[in-house]
Design a protein around this ligand. Structure first.
Ligand code: NOJ
Length: 740
C-alpha cells in the first residue's frame, strides 16, 4: 500500500509537470491523475485494463487459471469476475498490486442480482411488490454483503423489458412495463451505489443488457431483435436510461443484434445514444464473450476485426473473449487503430477504479471482520422476509379459503416444492447457499406450532412418475387444509432457459386435479420465474398464490401470507397469458383498426382463445376489499404549462387491514400515431385499516403525456385523454381531460 502510494505520487508528479496548461488546471483531480498514469502505460498495460477474465470454481473452491494468473502479474488484466471472499480477493489483489509495474488494482465483479448471501426474491418477484423503497433496500443489503467479501462491482440491475414469458430471463427483470421498471431500475442503482461509491459498502452498478434483449424473437435466448425506433425508445430504453440517470457507472452490452447490428458492435446504442444523448460517463463492458460472438453474427471476419469494431462502437472492456488482449496492441502497432481510442477506454475504466477508492487503498473492500459480521445477520434476514412477503401475489381466493386459521389441526402439504430448499433461491442466486433457505414446510411448522403438518411430494417437478399420487391423496383426505406447492425448478428460468410451452412441468397438474377433487379447502402455491399457463388451476383451485422464487426466507414469508399474518399486497408486474399463442401479450397494447367485437367476426381476435389474458398486469387480490370512488380532477382543461392534478378515494370495505397499490393509467384518445389503450403513469402504496377511507391525490407532470412521434420527436399533442384509476390495469373508474 505504502509502495503504491509512493510510486503513484512520483509518477503523477512527473507526468503532471508535462501537462500543465490552462485547460488541465480545470480538470478534476481524478482526471489529472488518470492522464498521468496513462502517459506511463505501455500499450499492453493499457489493453490489460480493458480485459476482464473469470475466476473459476472446483471441488476445492475458487481458483484462477494459470494463464490468467500470469496475465494478472504482467498487468494484462484489469478486472476479474466470479471471485469473492476476503482471503481470495486479497490474494488476487496482491498479485496485481505487488507484481505489476504500475500496481494498478484489480476490479472485482460478480452477478449480485437479488442478494449476495442473503438471497432476496428474484427480481421479477420483487417487482411484484411495487414497493420501490423495499427494492432499494434489498439492493443496499446485497451491496453490504457483497462488499464485505471483497466485491466492487455487480452486474445489475438487469433492465430488460420483457413481454414474452417463454424467455427465461424475464425472471431477472422488472416485467413488462417501462414506467414501473424505470422506477425499479433507479432504486436498484441507488441501493447498490449508495451516496458515495468510495465507501467500503457500496458496489458499482452495471446497467444491462443494452439493449432490448428482452425482445428476443420467439422468446428464444440470444435471438435477434427487430423493432421500430419508436417502440425501442418508448418501451425498451426507459429503464436503462433511468438507471444511467441514477448514476450507474457501468453498462453491459446485450447478446442480441438490434435491427441487424449486434449490440456489442452497435455505435448507435453505445455511443450516439448512451454517451452523446444520455451523457453517460462510465465504462461499457461487453457481455460474456460477446466480442467473439461477432464472428457468429457474421459481422466480423476475424478476431482483429471483431475487436476493432466493438471498440470503435463504444465498448471499453472485453468480458472473457480475450480478443482485445490478443489483437489491439498489434492493430495499434500496424497503425490500423488509433491508440487514442484505447486511451479513452482506459480513462473510463480507471475513473471507476478511482471513484471506488481503489487507488487510495486497493484492499479497502476486503475485511475478514465484515465478512463475518455483515453477512446473513438478523436485520438482513428480516429485510429479506419482508421483501418476500410483499412479492407474493394472491390470484384467487374463492369463499375466503385463505387465510388458514392458526387454530387449524391438520395441514397437508403436497407437491415437489413443499419440502424443497434447493429451488427456493431461484436462478442467479450469487453466493447464496440454498441449504440455508427456509422451505415451505419449515415456515409452516414455525407459524403453526400446534398443528400436525404432513408432507407428500406426490411427484417430481418433471417426469411422468405418478407412484407418489396415492400417498398424496391419502394425506389430503385426512387434512383440514391442503397446500399444493407446485412449479418450475429454479433452473427453468434465467439465462439459456427459454421454454416453448409454459405449462406446469411434468404431471403436477394431474396431481393437483386429484387432490382438488377431494373437495378439501386447498390453496395452490406456484413457484416460477415467469408467468405459467395455469388456466385449470385458475378455475379449479379454491385459492391460488403466485410465489415466484422468494429467496432465503421463502418458507417464513409464505407462512406469513397463508396465515394472514401478512395480508397479501403483491400485484403482477407482467401479464399472465392463457396460452403461448397469445404471446407477446401486455396491457399497453394498441387498439387496432378493428378492435374486438364479439358480434363481428372481422375484428381483432382469435378463433380459439379470448383476447384477454388469464391475469392482467397490475392484478393481485387481498384478504380484504378495496373500493375506489370519486375520481376528480382539479380542472378538465389544461395547458402544457400545467400539471395534471386529480384525486380519488379508496375505502377498505373488508374486515382486515391491508395494503393496496393504487394504479393510474392514461389513454391518449387521438394522436398523429397510434397510442396504447392505456399506459401506467403513477401508483401509490396505501395502507388502510378496516372501514378506513383515504383520499389520494396525484399530480402528473405534463411529460407523462409525451411520446415519440413519427419523426421521433418527443412531446405531447393537444387533445383528449382518459385517466383510469384502480387496483389493476383493467381499472374502470375514469375521468377525462383536454390538453389545449
Ligand atoms: C452472461 C449474462 O448474460 C450476464 O447477464 C452476466 O452478467 C454475465 N454472463 C456474467 O456472469
Amino acid at each position: 500500500m505504502r509502495n503504491l502510494t509512493t510510486f503513484l505520487s512520483i509518477a503523477i508528479l512527473l507526468a503532471f509537470n508535462a501537462c500543465q496548461s490552462p485547460q488541465s488546471n480545470k480538470k478534476d483531480a481524478i482526471g489529472t491523475k488518470i492522464d498521468s498514469l496513462i502517459s506511463l502505460m505501455t500499450i499492453e498495460e493499457k489493453v490489460g485494463q480493458l480485459t476482464l477474465y473469470t475466476s473459476d470454481m472446483d471441488q476445492t473452491g475458487a481458483y484462477i487459471r494459470k494463464e490468467y494468473e500470469s496475465d494478472i502479474k504482467q498487468g494484462k488484466v484489469g478486472a476479474i469476475f466470479n471471485a469473492y471472499g476476503a482471503d481470495y480477493t486479497r490474494r488476487l489483489q496482491e498479485m496485481a498490486v505487488n507484481s505489476t509495474r504500475l500496481r494498478i488494482p484489480l476490479l472485482f465483479g460478480y452477478d449480485v442480482i437479488h442478494g449476495h448471501r442473503t438471497i432476496f426474491p428474484v427480481p421479477l418477484a420483487e417487482a411484484a411488490s411495487w414497493n420501490i423503497s423495499a427494492i432499494q433496500n434489498a439492493a443496499r443489503i446485497a451491496a453490504e454483503e457483497a462488499t464485505a467479501e471483497g466485491l466492487h462491482w455487480t452486474f445489475a440491475p438487469m433492465c430488460d423489458i420483457s413481454r414474452d414469458p417463454r424467455w427465461g430471463r424475464m425472471v431477472e427483470g422488472a416485467g413488462e412495463d417501462p414506467f414501473l421498471a424505470s422506477l425499479i431500475a433507479e432504486a436498484r442503482v441507488k441501493g447498490f451505489q449508495g451516496d458515495d461509491l468510495a465507501s467500503n459498502n457500496t458496489l458499482a452498478a452495471c446497467v444491462k443488457h443494452l439493449a432490448a434483449y428482452g425482445a428476443s424473437q420467439a422468446g428464444r435466448d440470444y435471438h435477434a431483435v427487430d423493432m421500430s425506433e419508436n417502440i425501442l425508445r418508448e418501451v425498451y430504453l426507459p429503464p436503462y436510461k433511468a438507471a444511467v440517470d441514477a448514476g450507474a457507472v457501468t453498462v453491459m452490452t446485450s447478446f442480441n443484434d438490434l435491427n441487424g447490428i449486434p449490440a456489442t458492435a452497435n455505435k448507435f446504442l453505445l455511443t450516439d445514444l448512451l454517451r452523446d444523448e444520455w451523457g453517460f460517463e462510465g465504462f461499457v463492458v461487453t457481455d460474456y464473450t460477446s466480442i467473439m460472438e461477432l464472428l457468429h453474427h457474421g459481422v466480423a471476419a476475424d478476431t482483429a476485426e471483431a475487436a476493432a469494431i466493438s471498440l470503435k462502437a463504444g465498448v471499453d472492456m472485453d468480458m472473457q473473449s480475450g480478443f482485445f488482449q490478443k489483437t489491439l496492441p498489434t492493430l495499434v502497432e500496424n497503425k490500423q487503430l488509433d491508440e487514442a481510442l484505447i486511451d479513452e477506454a482506459v480513462r473510463r475504466i480507471l475513473k471507476v477504479k478511482f471513484q471506488l477508492g481503489l487507488f487510495d487503498d486497493p484492499y479497502r473492500y476486503i475485511s475478514k471482520e465484515r465478512e463475518e459480521n455483515d453477512i446473513m445477520n438478523p436485520a438482513q434476514l428480516e429485510a429479506a422476509r419482508d421483501m418476500a412477503k410483499r412479492s407474493i401475489v394472491l390470484l384467487r381466493n374463492e369463499k375466503q379459503t385463505l387465510p388458514i386459521s392458526t387454530k387449524v389441526k391438520n395441514i397437508a402439504v403436497i407437491g415437489p416444492m413443499g419440502d424443497n430448499k434447493r429451488d427456493m433461491i431461484g436462478s442467479w442466486s450469487a453466493a447464496g447457499d440454498w441449504s440455508k433457505s427456509v422451505s415451505l414446510m419449515e415456515g409452516l411448522q414455525a407459524r403453526y406450532p400446534g398443528a400436525n403438518i404432513q408432507f407428500a411430494k406426490g411427484c417430481e417437478i418433471e417426469g411422468t412418475d405418478k407412484t407418489g399420487f396415492r400417498e398424496a391423496k391419502q394425506i389430503a383426505e385426512k387434512a383440514d387444509f391442503v397446500i399444493l406447492a407446485l412449479g418450475e425448478a429454479y433452473w427453468m428460468s434465467g439465462e439459456a432457459a427459454s421454454r416453448s410451452t409454459i405449462d406446469l412441468p411434468g404431471v403436477q397438474q394431474e396431481l393437483a386435479a386429484l387432490i382438488i377433487e377431494t373437495g378439501k379447502p386447498t390453496a395452490t402455491i406456484i413457484f416460477s420465474g415467469r408467468p405459467l399457463t395455469i388456466n385449470w388451476l385458475a378455475e379449479n383451485s379454491p385459492a391460488l398464490l403466485q410465489a415466484w422464487f422468494l429467496g432465503t426466507q421463502s418458507g417464513h414469508a409464505l407462512a406469513d401470507v397463508v396465515s394472514g399474518y401478512y395480508n397479501p399486497s403483491g400485484k403482477l408486474p407482467v401479464t399472465f397469458p392463457r396460452n403461448v399463442g397469445q404471446i407477446p401479450i401486455y396491457y399497453s397494447m394498441k387498439n387496432t383498426g378493428r378492435p374486438f367485437d364479439a358480434n363481428n367476426k372481422y375484428t381483432s381476435k382469435y378463433l380459439d382463445v379470448p383476447n384477454e389474458p388469464l391475469y392482467a398486469f397490475g392484478y393481485g387480490l387481498s384478504y380484504t376489499k378495496f373500493v375506489y370512488s370519486k375520481l376528480q380532477m382539479d380542472k378538465h382543461s389544461i395547458t402544457a404549462q400545467d400539471s395534471i392534478r386529480f384525486s380519488l378515494e379508496v375505502q377498505n370495505t373488508g374486515k382486515l387491514a391491508g395494503e393496496e397499490v393504487v394504479q393510474v393509467y392514461v389513454h391518449d384518445q387521438l394522436a398523429t400515431i397510434t397510442r396504447p389503450v392505456r399506459e401506467l403513469k403513477a401508483f401509490k402504496n396505501v395502507f388502510l385499516k378496516p372501514g378506513e377511507t383515504q383520499k389520494i391525490s396525484f399530480s402528473l407532470p405534463i411529460e407523462a403525456l409525451y411520446f415519440y412521434k413519427a419523426d421521433l420527436s418527443y412531446g405531447s399533442e393537444p387533445g383528449k385523454f382518459t385517466i383510469f384509476a384502480g387496483g389493476d390495469s383493467n381499472a374502470s373508474l375514469s375521468t377525462a381531460f383536454e390538453l389545449r
